[in-house]
Design a protein around this ligand. Sequence first.
Ligand code: ADP
Ligand code: MG
Length: 660
Amino acid sequence: MNDINIEVSKIYYIGEKYSKLLQKIDILTLKDLVYYYPIKYEDSRNVINIEDIIIDNKNIIKGEITDIRSIYTKNRKNIINAQIEDGTGLAKIIWFNQPYITNNISKGTEVIISGNTSFEKGFCIFKSPQYEIVKENKENIHLSRITPIYNQTKGITSKWLRSRIKNVLDQINIEDYIPLEIRDKYDLLEINTALRKLHFPENFEDITQAKKRLGFEEILYIQIISYLRKEERKKRSSYKIIIDKSKIEEFINKLDFKLTESQIRSINEIYSDIEKDIPMNRLLEGDVGSGKTIVALITAYITYLNNLQTAIMVPTSVLAQQHYNNAKQLFKDIRIQLVTSKTKRIDRTASIFIGTHALLSNKEIFKNLGLVIIDEQHRFGIRQRETLVDKGYYPHILTMTATPIPRTLALGIYGDLDISRLDEMPKGRLKVKTYIVPDNRRADTYNFIKEKIKLKEQAFILCPLISESEKLQLKNVENEYKHLKENIFTTEKIVLLHGKTKDKDSILSRFKDREYDILVSTPIIEVGIDISNATIMLIEDAERFGLAQLHQLRGRVGRSSKESFCFLFTSNKDNERLKFFAKNNNGLELAEFDLRKRGPGEIYGKNQSGNPDLKMASLLDVELIKITKNAVVDIVKILDKYPALENEIRQAQNKILTIN
Ligand code: ADP
Ligand code: MG
């Protein structure tokens, strides 16, 4: 099993059924499986004697099952009652609805048990605890160690993943494409060791080391591609764009606001790029609400005046629709085409195309693509971004992001980029007042929202889940919407939105047109949504979200001169992160705080980073970026000595540089 690209269905003990489930979490190959990182760890090393059990706490014990009975209740629910002894005492165990347990455990089986312990009728009781059978000469993989926890999906548990990953790691030997001399120089683990230490660490230092090696890989990959791309770009030429200053001024003067200094500065920086025949590659960086869209649209307008086409790519259809509506209002005489997966007919004579990744699969639509704009660029993988660029002659590229990356770091990673920054908010914006609300003030909060609605303002209410989950005790929008509509906001107009809602776009535009007062939503509205009349963002289970994500969500309000509020509800009121968030409004500082506070056993994941290229590394990790930058220089020098490395890079290169 040394071919890491074989399909998971071919792996022993996985098969067709599970490979279908794995597909849902993007695990297609053996490599994907071993690169499926834990999200966190539980330290279950501390096995104690039954006599030392602490009531109402989580305890881990090890002993022999001395009694076990399985019964069915009248309504056909299964209950297993068992008893465990370890020489120091006796404890009881109850499992509900897991009848198969008696297939594995019987009288005399030695097991480890982990779970919360209560005290009832004179006994310590574990209710539905985790368990693992102790086998002679076999190490435990689930309990009495530092146990990895994976993101679970339907039908796939952490326990299942652990044993499959263990199986695979015991057998494979992946060829390490980072050469020994580089690993030595930068003090990096060999890849097989790194993966083993990540999934089966003996201590927390193992995890730290594994994270370093795997994070190095991620950043290195981006940097090498960026390096190669820069080389490629030097050889290409682009359309020269003529700037008609008076027309643009006329356009700007018609806007219903005055551009900020930094918007004007950025526009000028863009001008001087696109006037040349070398393709522009500029990143426009600015915190949520700083006004990036108008800078992009002005650039599109200039391009239009030169009879060239513009493509604007955004990560969600909802956002595409918003930009489309926005552009149509601004440019009454220009043909604009929306391109999402639902678009049936495309007008190829349009001048501005606004869409999702569906733009990528419509290669033929462009005649003369002069400009590519990628909004929320961190949401797209580095390869995806480049695909759109491949489509045209060689267009100018403007990418936009609110992800705060200090300038020096951004240049370090994306060596091929120039950067413009919007470092001020439009005039008259107030700081969004943020509060962690104790549950006994919930009613007051709802009343406050009602008062604001009377003043014709609007509110978002956000929950992490769409529908009820057995595993997660979190609020879901379906139940919450129903409850709020029936019991709380009975006279207000309230509407529900989530990823599976049918007419998302029309609901949002109707919310924008104030047909509704309250939008109950999942984080689907996290990126880019601009509804300036909304002044309240209420977030349930706020501790579930990363600070960067909370900052994005909070950025949906405070988009006018009206005072805005962000209310956080949480089961964890002492949450240090949330307290920091409530006090701080600076995206960069929030992201840095999150990075600093991340313990060795916490893994960022691509959901938190919001960046499909990054599961392990953070773009704020100064040290890592420095060393990978040096490594790129080293690696490029020795490329021809290492076929595996060269191959890996060629593969990456082929994927991104198949131009024409
Ligand atoms: P982001 O940078 O988060 O993408 P947007 O481009 O969506 O921000 O802008 C946020 C809001 O601010 C929009 O409603 C936009 O029309 C408005 N806006 C942009 N620039 C200015 C400005 N200079 N003065 C006032 N409002 C502005
Ligand atoms: Mg935006």
